[in-house]
Structures are given as structure tokens and as C-alpha cells.
Design a protein around this ligand. Structure first.
Ligand SMILES: [Zn+2]
Ligand SMILES: [Zn+2]
Length: 468
């Protein structure tokens, strides 16, 4: 059983599903490029200490969820549970702070957390995100928020809600923590066991607790916004003002603190309306102390992370996922093994011209090959039979209506171009006259190449296909 079953919390992305992933990834890369971000690919595992320092010892991730093991050299290694710590480590290691004032990096790939499997949660899951390191201005915060928002909008999601808060700086947070601790200590008996432990270590984390009793007590606690220092207040007001200049709607969320220890000032989540707070499409914020915490210089940073599975599920639920197809444009059907060489050569020519081409098995009957051609979803079948080929002709069969006609090999290029558009490599084709010349070019190229196929001398004796 274990041999033929993927480990718990993991799954395979099959070819028909991968088309949606590829489409999403393409959109992500294009939007990130528009905002000036370059991709960084960090290892899938890092030294455990990086995540302990970079995520925080008192977080659920570090306390309970990491895939940690000792390698043969006795080192403690952890499969990355998120992307930011690794990017910050690479930023420091490659001294990016010495190359330009600001580094704009994005990542995309699998992450690993040993959570209890539940609907929509996986142990190997996928995230993408950006890190903008070296800019302390509110413009950076607003840009990162807008980048995520623009991406979801481009994917076709409407009803987006930006939830926004400030968690202050270590200076003003100190005062808030003091108030929070004294209020919560008075009600410690009613708190859940986890919160009771956290009360001394990091009282801010209690704001995340989903326990109903804890939520009741927390509703009486004043929001952190009331305790922001002048600088933090000013920073937050500017982020909000910037979002207003581009007419992006937001909601102030005084209880939003995000689970990670390193957040500083701005924190945000973007939700698709009606999916509930559990279903944020992304979360992020500013983390000005993190680079220094991880052993680098004191430079500020801001970023967000988003789950690919979550985005795909949301798009599907909203009916916004496009129909994808990688069906062949043409299905070549050689009748007899000898004609397989002709079909093979023709397929190569057409593939080089940008057509998706499937090649039938010349040992199989016409009926059997047509059945496979139908299943493949090909638009057009090209039947290469003995009689036809001796007359230097082939049969075109349109798969949608079943109509067929014989085409002289000399006219093959013109006829194919007329009936089917190549699927690959057509991006250079412009509109109008430019498109015209591209089509002519394609016909020219095909004709030259097909002349070679036409001259293929195929011995038609010993033909084994007698079924039809
Ligand atoms: Zn402050
Ligand atoms: Zn609790």
C-alpha cells in the first residue's frame, strides 16, 4: 500500500491539472516582472536555526509543524516551511545590500509543514511571494499590497478585500504588550491552555487564537491602533492614503496581527469576499528587524506570501479558471508500417512549424487509430494510406463533423495553414498585414520542408496492413 500511495498530505499534479498551474505561474511571473521583481530560487532545505530565528521560536510553525531531521553529518536540517527566511538568508549571504539600495525578489515553489491533514491543507504545499528589502517608506508597503491585489484582479477575481492593520514598532508594542498582559492575566483562568503558556512568552500571539472563550476575552481588549507611536501612526496613515490614490478599497482590521513574530508596523491580508477569514488569499507585512535578526545589517523589508492551492481553489469556486487544452492540432494516421516513416517525417516538419502533432501507430487499423485521434481531441486527422500516397495525396478528416477530402501533397502546406492554427510559437504573429506575411512565411517553410517528405521513397511492397 505505501509503495503505490503518495505520503499523507501530499498529492500528484497530473498533466491535465498542470495546465492550470502553468497558467497561474505564468501570470504570477508576468505581474511580478511588471513591478520589477526578479526570481530567486533558494534550496528546499536550510539549517534549522534559520527558521527558529527567522520565524520565531514561539510560533506554531516552529513549535509543531517543521520537518526537521539530522543529516549524516550530524547537522539539523529543516524542509522550508515558508519562503521569507530563505530569501533573507540569501540576501545576506550574497550581500545584496552592497549592490543596490533596494532588492526586489520573488519566489515560487513547494513548502513543507507537518500539519494535521484537513481540507485544503497539505504537508507539501506551494507558495509564491515577494520580498522588497531595503526600503522603509510607506510607498514600499503600498506597492507590495497593490502588487498582490493586481495579480488577483488580473486572474479575474473581483470582490477582493484588503484587510489592513499596524502592529506598531518594538517601542510602542512594548506598551501595548504591557496592557494586554495585565488585562489577560486577570482572566488567565478562562484562557485556553495554549494561550496561558503564550501569555508570558508572546501575548500578541493570543490575538490569533480561534478559541471562542479566548476570543470573548480578547474582544474586551483595546486595539493596538490606540497605542501606536507618532512615527507608526504617520507611517500607517501614509500607506492608507497611497491605497486611496489608486482607488483600491481596504478595511481596517484592528485585530489582525499575523502569526509570525517578525512583523513590524504594516500587516495585511487579502481575502476574496464570502470565503471567510480562514481563506485569505495572501498575507504579509513589514518586517524591519528580520534581516538583522538573521545575521545581516539593519535593513527594512516588506513582503507577502500566497498559497497556490488556495488561489486555484478560489478561481475554481468562482468559475474563473479558464478551460485549458493541450490537444494536438493534427493527428497523423499512417496505414501500414512503411508509411510510418512518411508520417514521422511529416510530424517533425509540422512540429518544427509550431503545430502540436500526434503520431498514430502504423501497425494499428484505421478504425483503431481514428478512435485514438478522437480521444486526443485533435482538430484534424491526416490519413496517409497506400493508394493515396502512391498518387501523392493524403486524406484530411475534420474531427468535429467527420467530413473528409483528399488533398494533393503539393497543396498540403496551404490546406493545413487554412484549417489549423499552430499552437506554439505564434506570439510573434502580429495583426493585419504582419499576420498575413507570417502565414505566408509559414506556408513557404512548410512547403519547402514538405517537398522533402514528398520525395521520401517508401517501399510499398510487403505492406502488412490488410485490415482496412
Ligand atoms: Zn511605534
Ligand atoms: Zn486561546
Amino acid at each position: 500500500m505505501t509503495l503505490t500511495t503518495a505520503p499523507r498530505g501530499t498529492y500528484d499534479i497530473m498533466p491535465n491539472q498542470a495546465l492550470a498551474w502553468q497558467w497561474l505561474e505564468k501570470n504570477i511571473r508576468e505581474v511580478f516582472l511588471l513591478y520589477g521583481y526578479g526570481e530567486i530560487r533558494t534550496p528546499i532545505f536550510e539549517h534549522t536555526e534559520l527558521f527558529q530565528r527567522g520565524i520565531g521560536e514561539t510560533t506554531d510553525i516552529v513549535e509543531k509543524e517543521m520537518y526537521t531531521f539530522t543529516d549524516k553529518g550530524g547537522r539539523s536540517i529543516t524542509l522550508r516551511p515558508e519562503g521569507t527566511a530563505s530569501v533573507v538568508r540569501a540576501y545576506i549571504e550574497h550581500k545584496l545590500y552592497g549592490q543596490a539600495p533596494v532588492a526586489k525578489l520573488y519566489y515560487l515553489g513547494p513548502m513543507f509543514r507537518q500539519e494535521r491533514p484537513q481540507a485544503g491543507r497539505f504537508r507539501q504545499f506551494h507558495q509564491f511571494g515577494v520580498e522588497l528589502i531595503g526600503d522603509e517608506s510607506p510607498v514600499a508597503d503600498a506597492e507590495v499590497i497593490l502588487l498582490a491585489h493586481d495579480l488577483y484582479r488580473r486572474l479575474g477575481l473581483t470582490d477582493l478585500e484588503i484587510h489592513l492593520n499596524s502592529v506598531g514598532c518594538p517601542h510602542c508594542r512594548q506598551e501595548y504588550k504591557r496592557v494586554l498582559t495585565s488585562m489577560l492575566k486577570a482572566a488567565a483562568g478562562e484562557l485556553c491552555p495554549t494561550c496561558r503558556v503564550r501569555l508570558d512568552r508572546n501575548p500578541l500571539r493570543l490575538l490569533d487564537c480561534k478559541n471562542a472563550a479566548c476570543q470573548g476575552i480578547l474582544s474586551r481588549v483595546p486595539p493596538i491602533q490606540n497605542y501606536l507611536c507618532t512615527d507608526c501612526r504617520h507611517h500607517f496613515d501614509q500607506v492608507v492614503a497611497l491605497l486611496e490614490t489608486v482607488n483600491v478599497k481596504y478595511e481596517l482590521s484592528p485585530r489582525l496581527v499575523r502569526g509570525l513574530d517578525y512583523y513590524f508596523r504594516t500587516v495585511f491580508e487579502i481575502l476574496n469576499k464570502d470565503l471567510g477569514a480562514q481563506n485569505a488569499l495572501c498575507g504579509g507585512g513589514r518586517y524591519d528587524g528580520l534581516v538583522e535578526e538573521c545575521g545581516g545589517p539593519a535593513v527594512p523589508g516588506v513582503g507577502f506570501a500566497s498559497g497556490i492551492e488556495r488561489v486555484l481553489t478560489t478561481l475554481e469556486q468562482r468559475g474563473k479558471l479558464p478551460e485549458f487544452s493541450n490537444s494536438p492540432n493534427l493527428y497523423l494516421i499512417p496505414l501500414g508500417e512503411q508509411l510510418s516513416a512518411v508520417a514521422f517525417s511529416l510530424a517533425t516538419t509540422l512540429r518544427r512549424a509550431g503545430y502540436i502533432v500526434e503520431l498514430g501507430n502504423g501497425r494499428k487499423s484505421l478504425k483503431s487509430q481514428l478512435k485514438t485521434a478522437h480521444k486526443s481531441g485533435a482538430a484534424l486527422a491526416v490519413i496517409i494510406g497506400e493508394d493515396e500516397w502512391q498518387a501523392r495525396e493524403v486524406t484530411f478528416k475534420k474531427m468535429d463533423d467527420g467530413s473528409q477530402k483528399r488533398i494533393a501533397v503539393a497543396d498540403l502546406a496551404t490546406e493545413i495553414v487554412k484549417l489549423v492554427h499552430p499552437s506554439v510559437g505564434t506570439s510573434k504573429m502580429g495583426k493585419g498585414s504582419q499576420e498575413r506575411s507570417s502565414v505566408d512565411d509559414l506556408i513557404d517553410t512548410l512547403q519547402k520542408e514538405l517537398a522533402m517528405v514528398n520525395h521520401l521513397v517508401v517501399p510499398l511492397t510487403n505492406c502488412t496492413n490488410k485490415e482496412e
